[in-house]
Design a protein around this ligand. Structure first.
Ligand code: HT7
Ligand code: ZN
Length: 882
């Protein structure tokens, strides 16, 4: 397979100005005609024109109405190369035959549950027609679709509907015109039997926009929340970024076989689970995901569509920025602290391990074999952290100025991450020093900080030192620009006023409008650096990295007492949570050592007390309490160990949970009773927070061996009036093997077997389970009548869920590895993207003991040596072995 490098980027020899597509959709095949007006980049230079094309049957190709003969072009299974096109502008016309019904790759044009749909990002358009399939080719499109009227009454594409009518033989046609230039990855087509929920949005300039959410008719009642989310997103983008929607129609279509969601211009396509919700069938997490993803795809209209990427190495230009925007949207609609805690946890659980493993790559990767493999948590979530740092450094107003300049300069263009950086810099005249390293250097910086107080001089010093670990292809790193947002707490727990810092041989005032500040942002840019605060009246306790102002691992010299103090007092709620997490990690790691030495496990009474204080603090937000009493995940602890030990970490986490449940039994019972749902389900922060706290408490209680508690949990399950409560109670019961578990799982399936989204939850609950020997249960579920190996969501729920359970996936006998390895190869034949995601589960194999290493490596070797492997799987498996 060929590796593609950023350094090899070249401007295209030809641009496309207009593209007129015409689809004739049949039951066996589809015919695609493409009429493209082509402009050479340099007039008079007639270089060969290479068009991408995969799985296409070429019927004819014409230039300026003249049919080309075989010798005029070269055709292979990836390209159509026109050997000597005219030297000026010309019209290229191709006719191609494709087989959407046979396409199982979920890219290009394919059928999903009887409907036609498309997915063109990143490089799927080349499965539709011959094209320069790269994002810097931006053209204006029209799209004519012709199909059987009774089978496909709804025919959609991008832009405005400008013509429609009936044809002979029960067929009909539509003609869509998109007035905005776009790269081909934003092209979309949908044809099928769908009905729409309709609404309107009046934009800030008073224009009326028609909003339509398309689903099968029976699902219409479940689209209310998606419509609410869309309207909220449209309003938010106007208010916060001054961005108005630019067409008179916005469509969203839900299809069951779809990877995630896609921001095609004015025709977003979503996986069904990201659209449909009702209190009885969807959990709070589902409601939240719908809000976030609907916002995300909508926000792409400006960050991605109006201003797009020059090449795929710049993916984070649109994805990092749009993730940041949707995170802010969700924060503004819910609780900012809780959202930040969730986002940072996600970064630590998924991105940190990627940055420390064989697939580590910069936010702007240097190379790829298969672009699909680079839709990663590094590009998305770390990329969003990079955007957040601009805002931390510039402040809200400065950041907005930078965004305005970015849109002003680049509307209608395909640009780079450096262009975004330049807009931020120029709009604010700000010295960003070596900030661009965040795009080019992989690896999570490790920052150490030592503090000291001088009681005589009333100064407080913070000495920082940073290193960035080596990553594949980048053995040596330079120091990064790390914004450290921080404050100092006095002995009563109050923020101290900060007025000046001595740094780099200079005294810097940090007042605002002449007044001292209580939080400041330190610009740490060197390998070693000291900041000395003046006029510090007493020995402070520093609250560092407030709001998690940079994606780093921070090692401070705070004592456990300091951390308990911060947990109780920090005005930065994020850092209160963080202090609790650091304490929990320390406790868990100390007990892992005990477990490995066969010593008795113990829990620090101060930790129990700290958790109890949080539980009983009625001034705190309930969702915050739920987060603050949740222990770090097993993966997070394993990442901190020299050699990861899944059995020890699992035993310790279970022990601490059980011990907390035992010692705080009454408090947890009270929380369950006080926070039961009463009345109608509402999707608002207050109601969700109550449910979150009640269900977290229930989860703790269910870890106890106690008949009364078992009954309490069963009752919660039976009396639940919404899916959030019902599913949480089921998950609580399912923690322990036994008859109650079997009965509850069977009961749940019987209730919900008609709803595939809920059945997928049921699969995932079982596959992610920690119960001993779960691999056998999951194997049995592969034969369950509701499971379907050819459906990506079912595969993600059952097989993808399995490897998130450390104890079972990493079972010492290798059964977990074998189970997954055996499935990867057949899955690759059907869906290479899904298969390559599964293979990533093996990528951390070097973190484990020798026995596990050998077993996992054997699976990777078996996969790599398989004939006919996709590029997707080959890239991940071979890089994991390197
Ligand atoms: N921009 C979209 C990316 C996407 C995608 C990429 C590869 C394979 C399948 C895909 N489905 C959607 C979604 C987004 O980030 O907004
Ligand atoms: Zn996106």
């Amino acid at each position: 397979p060929k590796e593609i490098f950023l350094k090899d980027y070249k401007l295209p020899d030809y641009y496309f100005d207009t593209v007129d597509l015409s689809f004739s959709l049949g039951e066996e095949k589809a015919i695609v005609c493409a009429k493209i007006s082509v402009l050479p980049r340099i007039n008079g230079v007639a270089a060969p024109l290479a068009l991408d094309g995969i799985d296409l049957k070429l019927i004819s190709v014409k230039i300026n109405d003249n049919e080309l003969k075989e010798g005029d072009y070269h055709l292979d299974n990836r390209h159509l190369i026109l050997k000597s096109p005219p030297s000026g502008n010309f019209i290229l016309e191709t006719v191609t035959e494709i087989l959407p019904q046979k396409n199982t790759s979920l890219e290009g044009l394919y059928k999903s549950s009887g409907n036609f749909c498309t997915q063109c990002e990143a490089e799927g358009f080349r499965k539709i027609t011959f094209y320069q399939d790269r994002p810097d080719i931006m053209a204006k499109y029209t799209c004519r679709i012709e199909a059987d009227k009774s089978l496909y009454p709804v025919l959609l594409s991008n832009g405005n509907l400008i013509e429609q009518g009936d044809l002979e033989g029960g067929k009909h046609f539509v003609l869509w015109e998109d007035p905005f230039k776009k790269p081909c990855y934003l092209f979309a087509l949908v044809a099928g039997q769908l009905e729409s929920r309709d609404d309107t949005f009046i934009t800030c300039s008073g224009r009326k926009v028609d909003l339509r959410i398309w689903v099968p008719q029976q699902d219409l009642p479940k689209t209310e929340h998606a419509m609410y989310s869309l309207k909220a997103a449209m309003k938010w983008d106007e208010e916060v970024f001054g961005r108005e929607y630019d067409l008179d129609l916005f469509n969203i279509v839900a299809v069951p076989d779809f990877l995630g969601a896609m921001e095609n211009k004015s025709l977003n396509i979503f996986n069904t689970k990201l659209v449909l919700a009702s209190p009885e069938t969807a959990t709070d997490a589902d409601y939240d995901a719908i809000l976030g993803v609907t916002g995300h795809e909508y926000f792409h209209n400006w960050t991605g569509n109006r201003v797009t990427c020059r090449d795929w190495f710049q993916l984070s230009l649109k994805e990092g920025l749009t993730v940041f925007r949707h995170q802010e949207f969700s924060s503004d609609l819910g609780s900012r602290t809780v959202k930040r805690i969730g986002d940072v946890s996600k970064l630590r659980i998924y991105q940190f391990p990627q940055d420390a493993g064989p697939m580590a790559h910069p936010v702007k990767p240097h190379s790829y074999i298969k672009m699909d493999n680079f839709y990663t948590t590094t590009v998305y979530e770390k990329g969003a952290e990079v955007i957040r740092m601009y805002k931390t450094l510039l402040g809200s107003q400065g950041f907005r100025k930078g965004m305005d300049l970015y849109f002003e300069r680049h509307d209608g263009q395909a640009v780079t991450c450096e262009d975004f950086f330049a807009a931020m810099r120029d709009a604010n005249n700000y010295d960003f020093a070596n900030f661009l390293l965040w795009y080019s250097q992989a690896g999570t910086p490790i920052v150490k900080v030592n503090s000291s107080y001088n009681a005589e001089a009333h100064t407080f010093s913070l000495k920082f030192s940073q290193t960035v670990p080596p990553t594949p292809g980048q053995p040596i790193k330079e120091p990064m620009f790390i914004p450290i947002s921080m404050g100092l707490l006095d002995s009563s727990g109050k923020d101290m006023p900060l007025s000046s810092i001595y740094h780099d041989g200079k005294l810097e005032s940090i007042t605002s409008g002449g007044q001292p500040v209580y939080t400041t942002v330190l610009r740490v840019t060197k390998g070693e650096e000291e900041f000395v605060f003046n006029d510090v009246a007493e020995k402070p306790i520093p609250s560092l990295l407030r709001g998690y102002s940079a994606p780093i691992r921070l090692h401070s010299d705070l004592t456990e007492n300091d951390l308990f103090f911060l947990l109780a007092h920090d005005s930065d709620e994020f850092n209160r949570w963080e202090a609790g997490q650091i304490l929990a990690r320390k406790l868990m790691l100390s007990q892992v050592v005990n477990f490995q030495k066969d010593n008795k496990l113990v829990i620090d009474p101060r930790f129990v007390h700290g958790i109890k204080c949080i539980l009983l603090d009625s001034s705190l937000d309930k969702e915050f309490i739920a987060k603050a009493i949740t222990l770090p995940g097993e993966g997070e602890i394993m990442d901190m160990m020299e050699v990861a030990d899944p059995d020890a970490v699992h035993a310790v986490r279970s022990f601490i949970r059980k011990q907390l449940a035992f010692e705080l039994n009454q408090e947890f019972i009270n929380l369950v009773k006080e926070n039961r749902s009463s009345g109608k389900y509402e999707f608002n922060h207050d109601h969700m927070a109550r449910r979150a706290l009640k269900n977290t408490a229930l989860g703790y209680l269910a870890s106890l061996e106690d008949q009364e508690i078992t009954e309490l949990v069963l009752n919660e399950y039976k009396s639940a009036t919404n899916m959030t409560d019902q599913f949480s109670a089921l998950a609580a019961i399912a923690q322990k093997p036994g008859q109650p578990r079997e009965d509850a799982l069977a009961d749940f399936y019987n209730k919900w077997q008609h709803d595939f989204l809920i059945v997928n939850k049921w699969f995932a609950l079982q596959s992610t389970s920690d119960i001993p020997g779960n691999v056998e249960n999951v194997k049995k579920l592969l034969d369950h009548p509701a499971f379907d190996f050819s459906n990506a969501d079912k595969v993600y729920s059952l097989i993808g869920g399995f490897y998130t359970s450390p104890v079972n996936f990493h079972a010492k006998d290798g059964s977990g590895y074998k189970f997954l390895g055996d499935l990867v190869v057949p899955l690759d034949k059907l869906n290479p993207k899904a298969a390559s995601r599964m293979v990533s589960a093996f990528s951390k194999w070097k973190r484990y003991d020798d026995t596990r290493q050998n077993l996992a490596k054997a699976q990777l070797e078996m996969i790599v040596s398989t004939n006919g492997l996709s590029e997707n799987v080959y890239e991940i498996a071979s890089k994991s072995l390197a």
